[in-house]
Design a protein. Structure first.
Length: 264
């Protein structure tokens, strides 16, 4: 294993930076390439076939170019749809991102859990299986909140987040049967933890927010245990759309240790 071989983090946009932040805490020395399919954003409104073909194709080309030691699909929508296909195509370990239903089920006292995600994520059979395995006997209330993806991206550009968008997403959970009893909410999109402050304000202090970033970081650390890391060049961010279209992006990415920006 080349010590300079990077970990490749892939997302449709900048939501995967929440996973990168968690990864930095456990593997600060690991070289990273952060790849964002901004030309394909948003994934949540695309069909399963479109997402599977796009993600598998991009990751196939990216691994050929950069020879990563491990690939992390830091996107719930892409993982719930394309993880199996990508694992068949690639010859390196692939870590996916799935809704954190298991830890939420362990935390809830009321037995009622909310789940916010993209429309594509919450309708997947993968989520049904997670619910059946880890939340049997509990109530999982799902609500699609695609507007939160754009809100999270805007927040990272230092733009004002409309609290009305946050309140609307929360209301979509609360109006459903037993919605008033929710005491844990799964953030089933890596973008959503960027809005934790706004979501907590809308949900109230007694509701726990649960996401999978820390667990993903621990899984990556486990799979790379014993490997040697050497950063021979700056960590970089790669975009499938022109990164120059967003002048705020360079400053924001530098805060995550991504000091080089490229177009894929």
């Amino acid at each position: 294993m080349d010590p300079a071989a990077p970990i490749l983090l892939f997302d449709s946009g900048v939501g995967g930076l929440t996973v990168l932040a968690a990864l930095r805490r456990v593997l600060p020395e690991a070289p990273v390439i952060y790849a964002a399919d901004t030309a394909g954003l948003p994934y949540g409104s695309k069909s399963e076939a479109e997402i599977a073909a796009r993600v598998a194709g991009l990751l196939g080309r990216m691994t050929e170019r950069w020879h990563p030691r491990l690939v992390c699909i830091a996107c719930n929508t892409a993982s719930t749809i394309a993880l199996g296909i990508v694992r068949e195509v690639l010859e390196v370990p692939v870590v996916g991102t799935v809704p954190a239903i298991k830890p939420a089920a362990a935390l809830t006292r009321s037995g009622v859990i909310g789940l916010l995600g993209t429309a594509a994520t919450i309708r997947q059979g993968y989520v049904d299986r997670l619910e059946a395995e880890f939340a049997a006997g509990k109530r999982l209330i799902r609500h699609p909140a695609p507007g939160l993806v754009a809100a999270a991206e805007a927040k990272l550009r230092d733009e004002l987040v409309e609290q009305a968008l946050i309140d609307e997403a929360v209301a979509g959970l609360r109006v459903q049967a037993q919605g008033g009893q929710i005491d844990a909410v799964v953030l089933a999109c890596t973008h959503f933890p960027l809005l934790s402050e706004e979501l907590q304000r809308a949900l109230g202090p007694d509701v726990r927010l649960v996401d999978g970033a820390e667990g993903i970081a621990r899984r990556i650390a486990h799979l790379t245990d014993g490997q040697t890391f050497a950063r021979t060049m700056p960590d970089r961010a790669v975009f499938t759309a022109d990164p120059a279209a967003n002048p705020m992006r360079a400053e924001m990415l530098a805060a995550y240790g991504l000091t080089q920006i490229e177009r894929f």
